[in-house]
Each structure stands twice: as C-alpha cells, then as structure tokens.
Design a protein around this ligand. Structure first.
Ligand SMILES: C[S@@+](CC[C@H](N)C(=O)[O-])C[C@H]1O[C@@H](n2cnc3c(N)ncnc32)[C@H](O)[C@@H]1O
Length: 430
C-alpha cells in the first residue's frame, strides 16, 4: 500500500501542481492541508482535503483532479488571475498591465485534441491525458472548456468505437489504428470540423465501412477529415489528409476594433485556440506603424493582415505549409494586397530579410532562442512586438535582446484553469 502523507501545500510548481513538504501534488492548492499517498520520491496523489485553501471552490466538472485539461478549476478564477499576474511580475521585475480576463472562463476553446487509448484488458478510453499516470487517458464524459458540441461529438465517437473491434494505436509497439480525435469550431461562425487521426500502416487501416460509419456520425455541414500519421524512425513525421465530407475547411471571424478578419482554418494549420481572447490579444498588440513590418512565426498571417492597412508592406514568415496555404486564401478573403508570404524557418531566413520599422514575433513555446535573437539584433528594427504563450522563454529572449527596452507588457488569459498565460511585450530600440 502507498505511504500516507499529511501535507501543507505552500506554492505552485511551474506546471500548476501544488507543492509542500517536498512533494508535488496535482490538484492541490497553496493553503490546502491534505492527505496524499506517495507515488514517487517527490510526487504524491491527493486523497482528501483536511482543510481547504480559502480560495478553493467547487469545480464545474466531475473530472477535475484526474483530467489533465484543468489544473486550476478548483481555484477561484480571480485567484487564478492573481497567480498569473504575480508570476509575471516576479519573472520580469517591472510594471505589468492588469491581465485581461477570459469572460466567461468556460466554453472558450475552439479546438481540442483527444487521445484514443486501451489498457491491457482492452478497455477503451477516449479523452485527455491523466497527469498523474503517464500514458493513461481518461474517458471524458464532460468538459466545460468547450461548447457542448465537443462533448456530444466525443460521446458519439466513443459509442462508435465501443461498438467496433478497432484498436487504439499503441505508442510503444507501434500497432493499432486510432490515434487522436481533433475537434475545431468557429466560435463566431459556428463552422465545425472533425479530424480522425490514425496510423498510416496498411495492416492497421480502417475499412471502407468503418470510415463510412464514422463520417455518418456528423451533420452534413461538418467538415470531416481522416489524417494518416506516418512516423518512421530517422525521418520527419508526415501527415496525409483525406477529406471525407462537408466543406474542406472552416471559417472563423476575428472582430478586432472596427475590423472583421475572415480566417480560413484547415485541419493541420495553426489558429489561436481561444477566439474571443485572441481578439483582445490582437487589439492590444496593434500599434501605430507606417513603414515595413515583418510578421515572424506568422501562422496563417492573422497579425500580418491586422497590420497591413497601416504598414507600407508586410512580410509574413511561417514554417508550416498548411498555414501558408490558408494564409494565401486569407489574403484574398480580406482583400489584402501588400502582404508577402514566405515559407521557411525564421532563424534561417532572418539574415536575408530586409530592415523593417516593426518586427512581430509570436514563436511557439520554446521561444526565439539565441540564433533568432542574434539575427534580430543585427536586423535592428526600431520596434519589436513580442507575443508569447510561454513567458519563461520570453523572459530568456528579452535578456538576449539587450539593445531593446520594454515599453509595455500586457498579459491576456487565453487559457483559464491552466497555469499558462499569453503575454504581449512592446519593445523599443534604445
Ligand atoms: C504561436 S503560433 C503563432 C501564429 C500566429 N502569429 C497567430 O497569431 O495565429 C506559432 C507559429 O510559428 C510556426 N513556427 C514554429 N517554428 C517555426 C520556425 N522555426 N520558423 C517559422 N515558423 C515557425 C508554427 O507553425 C506556428 O504557426
């Protein structure tokens, strides 16, 4: 039997677990006194709350404490915002604008990826990962981060799978078929997309009948895709997309100040996961500019299109071919004719790019890194707009950009109930 522990939780770890008396506990909050069972040397599992923290609340979802989708739902939303604000203040040690809350902090996500999994006995699970049990997945019955359509669709796919003999993909052996189910929804438009990702091995392929039954689970106007995931050791992972039914993309709108941007979203291209908070983020990011603008890590060029009417010329750089294809259509949809798209790696391309008045960077979680920062310093734009979904790596990069001072910082809560936070930094060359 696991050793019983009585812990006083004092702080959060970086990933939003409670920490006290040398143990990290998922679901515990600073101020809680808990009983927990030891899992590993510094890790324990919450068993019961002896005395709750003063800002602990009853969560909306029955899966809280087990499901990895939310680390904080049991923490009052105001306290979540305070935690993020204080963390940024500590990290940057300079004035930071009050974080923009997500209102309401539920049903905000426009995309979710659920994993198919089976245990040794063959029991089927489709949902999100359990943070305390590596590799295990919870069979999700409800989720309040998304609109009810996500849970209804998930439940329909669980039933379809339950009635079949299809196997979940097993990452260690590389056998089995079903990998993930991704759902996307335009929050402004109501457009809906379903993407079933499977193994690409012929011996594990779905039959024509199974595919037919899967696509018939959804309404006619839903975009339905099958994506084959090919992972071969020593080669880059490849995805092969098959359009099964409905439109071949969805459209989302972004209402930013007095403009409405139309955005095409294809199965494999990037789009900010919280539409309404992205609108606030982009509105805060927009600054005065009249000269050339570089939009790096551009996705489908949303930021570039936002700046295009003010700028003399915009150049958007993005690695993903899927996002570049959507960006090409977005330029047409929004009547933009002063934006050039370049597909490629930012760190490689930066030395070839022309000097600009403003450089926008919106990198993925690892940040810019030393090479891109060094090239950016050489390019020496007057202003940099640095949008980040990982303030820790943003702080590292800002230390590298020594020729720049921070003129303002604005956090936006894109990810309620998680420790993650989006942060905008406006920089000016000293
Ligand atoms: C956080 S998203 C930002 C997208 C966009 N700015 C937006 O607001 O929708 C980061 C983007 O960077 C792209 N990316 C990742 N690594 C890259 C690289 N080395 N060079 C260029 N783009 C990259 C990803 O494909 C992704 O579209």
């Amino acid at each position: 039997m696991a050793e019983a522990l009585f812990l006083d939780i004092k702080e959060f770890t970086k990933r939003g677990w409670g920490k006290g008396d040398g143990f990290e506990v998922f679901g515990a909050l600073p101020g809680d006194q808990i009983e927990a069972s030891k899992i590993r040397r510094h890790k324990a599992k919450l068993q019961s709350i002896i005395k709750p923290a003063k800002n602990r609340i009853a969560p909306k979802c029955k899966h809280v404490g087990i499901c990895g989708g939310c680390a904080f739902q049991q923490l009052d939303y105001k306290a979540q915002l305070d935690y993020k604000q204080n963390k940024l203040a500590e990290l940057f040690n300079q004035p930071i604008q009050p974080i923009i809350p997500c209102d309401p902090p539920f049903e905000h996500r426009n995309k979710m990826e659920y994993t198919f999994s089976q245990d040794k006995a063959g029991q089927k699970f489709l949902g999100l990962h359990m943070p305390q049990a590596k590799g295990r997945v919870i069979n999700l019955e409800e989720c309040h981060l998304t609109s009810p359509w996500f849970s209804q669709t998930l439940n329909a796919v669980q039933t379809w799978w339950g009635n079949s003999d299809i196997k979940a993909f097993h990452p260690h052996s590389g056998t089995g078929t079903l990998r993930t189910l991704t759902l996307r929804e335009g929050k402004r438009t109501g457009n809906k997309m379903v993407i079933l990702t499977t193994s690409s091995k012929a011996r594990d392929a779905l039959t024509k009948q199974q595919i037919f039954e899967f696509k018939n689970l959804f309404e006619k106007n839903t975009s339905v895709f099958l994506v084959l995931h090919q992972a071969v050791k020593g080669h880059p992972t490849q995805f092969f997309e098959m359009h099964l039914s409905g439109p071949d993309h969805i459209i989302e709108e972004l209402h930013i100040k007095d403009r409405i941007l139309k955005c095409k979203i294809s199965p494999l291209s990037f789009f900010q996961p919280n539409t309404f908070q992205a609108e606030k983020l982009y509105a805060e990011a927009l600054t005065d500019v009249s000269g050339p603008v570089l939009d790096l890590y551009a996705g489908s060029a949303t930021l570039g299109m936002l700046f295009a009417p003010k700028a003399s010329q915009v150049t958007s750089v993005e690695l993903s071919p899927y996002s570049i294809l959507d960006a090409e259509d977005n330029l047409q949809l929004n009547g933009i004719n002063n934006l050039k798209l370049i597909r490629g790696d930012v760190a490689e391309l930066l030395p070839t790019l022309l000097k600009s008045e403003l450089v926008i960077v919106d990198p993925p979680r690892p940040g810019l890194g030393p090479i891109a920062c060094s090239h950016l310093t050489t390019l020496a734009p007057q202003k940099i707009l640095y949008i980040s979904c990982n303030p820790d790596t943003q702080a590292d990069d800002l230390k590298r950009l020594k020729d720049y001072r921070i003129t303002s910082m604005q956090p936006v809560d894109q990810f309620p109930h998680t420790p993650h936070c989006e942060n905008i930094a406006h920089l000016e060359r000293i």
